[in-house]
Design a protein around this ligand. Structure first.
Ligand SMILES: NC(=O)c1ccc[n+]([C@@H]2O[C@H](COP(=O)([O-])OP(=O)(O)OC[C@H]3O[C@@H](n4cnc5c(N)ncnc54)[C@H](OP(=O)(O)O)[C@@H]3O)[C@@H](O)[C@H]2O)c1
Length: 126
């Protein structure tokens, strides 16, 4: 079972559908405010739906139960709901997810982000 966090997002949704086409069991993390259409296409693809939020440790512990791998692709940058921020979702929320995955003995954790380009590289310290 692969848990996809951000299953209704651009990247996560594609990941879910590709995994299902490969015959993998998928648990898709969604929230009550997520797009109904995306939830329905996930459901009809055979993915198991699970309501949760990286800001809510209990929901994440439940989502990680019985999972072999977690794919985390849930940035707060565009998909922002009240209470969502870089700090609460991308920061602490990801740590909650990592800890829950560790506690549930998940074998693999894939964190999707973006590659730093040479333009955005931090200046080296003198
Ligand atoms: N899109 C690209 O072309 C691209 C290219 C390179 C790298 N990336 C990287 O890939 C990652 C995913 O990007 P994306 O474009 O797929 O993002 P996106 O379309 O904005 O999707 C974000 C996903 O995260 C979920 N999410 C956000 N906050 C949440 C919360 N508090 N609780 C539960 N779910 C939450 C959203 O759920 P809701 O639907 O409920 O809002 C949605 O499923 C990012 O790290 C991005 O930098 C993307």
């Amino acid at each position: 079972m692969v848990l996809v966090v951000g299953a209704t997002g651009l990247v996560g949704n594609e990941v879910c559908h590709r995994l299902r086409r490969l015959g993998e069991q998928v648990r898709a993390l969604v929230r009550t405010t997520s797009s109904r259409d995306k939830i329905e296409t996930l459901r009809s693809s055979g993915a198991e739906l699970c309501v949760g939020d990286p800001k809510d440790p209990r929901s994440i512990a439940a989502a990680c139960c019985g999972v072999d791998a977690v794919i985390s692709t849930a940035p707060s940058t565009l998909a922002r709901q009240p209470g969502d921020s870089i700090e609460s979702v991308d920061g602490e929320g990801q740590l909650i997810l990592v800890r829950a995955a560790r506690d549930a003995n998940v074998n693999r954790f894939v964190f999707v982000s973006f590659r730093r380009t040479s333009r955005s590289r931090m200046p080296s310290k003198a």
